[in-house]
Design a protein around this ligand. Sequence first.
Ligand code: DX5
Ligand code: ZN
Length: 212
Amino acid sequence: MKVSLSILTVDYANVEKSLSGIINDVDYVHMDVMDGEFVPNISFGYSFVKSLRKLTNIEFDTHLMILHPQNYIKQFADAGSQYITFHVEADCDVKETIDLIHSYNVKAGISIKPNTKVEEILEYLPYVDMVLVMSVEPGFGGQSFMTNSIDKVRLLKELKTKNNFNYLINIDGGIKDTTAPYISEFVDMAVVGSYICNAENPKENLLKIKNI
Ligand code: DX5
Ligand code: ZN
């Protein structure tokens, strides 16, 4: 399974040291951007993403948990994101925001929170490059995997196959060695944060997930 490494729980002052030895072995780096409005937590902004761009050439999978994503797309594109994903529950026109992301030659993703159904995003599926299913309530790392996400990634895979859609299926929250087997046959990649970043041996846990 491909891994998008969420760096949310690393020590930001020692980010280079914390990620050395793993950053170039992951498939994507997942940037969790939180504004304290869409979610009850604040993380980091585009200057931090831009600084991390100097550490690696791995693709950045930027996850905007912010209320007004359309106001910040240019900044996150310029900071070096290859994918920018925003929430359909945010206060924005979803199709316009997808088009705006594409106008910067960046791939566009949409994300759904645990209470949002796949049926609610059907009209956008032909236009997106990624669908990110939240398997925890967004806001914090280290939470437990919610099993209602399994049916969602299964359905997204069925729809993708049936309609020849191009989006990658991604899942975010509580992914570790014991939960990854539930979703591995349906997803193209998975976001993994604390299971790798807070591990005694991050490399070992990364390899365990990649081999599922
Ligand atoms: C939650 C974030 C996730 C999270 C993943 O709001 O979007 O990316 O940090 O971390 P783990 O793997 O610890 O659930
Ligand atoms: Zn995330």
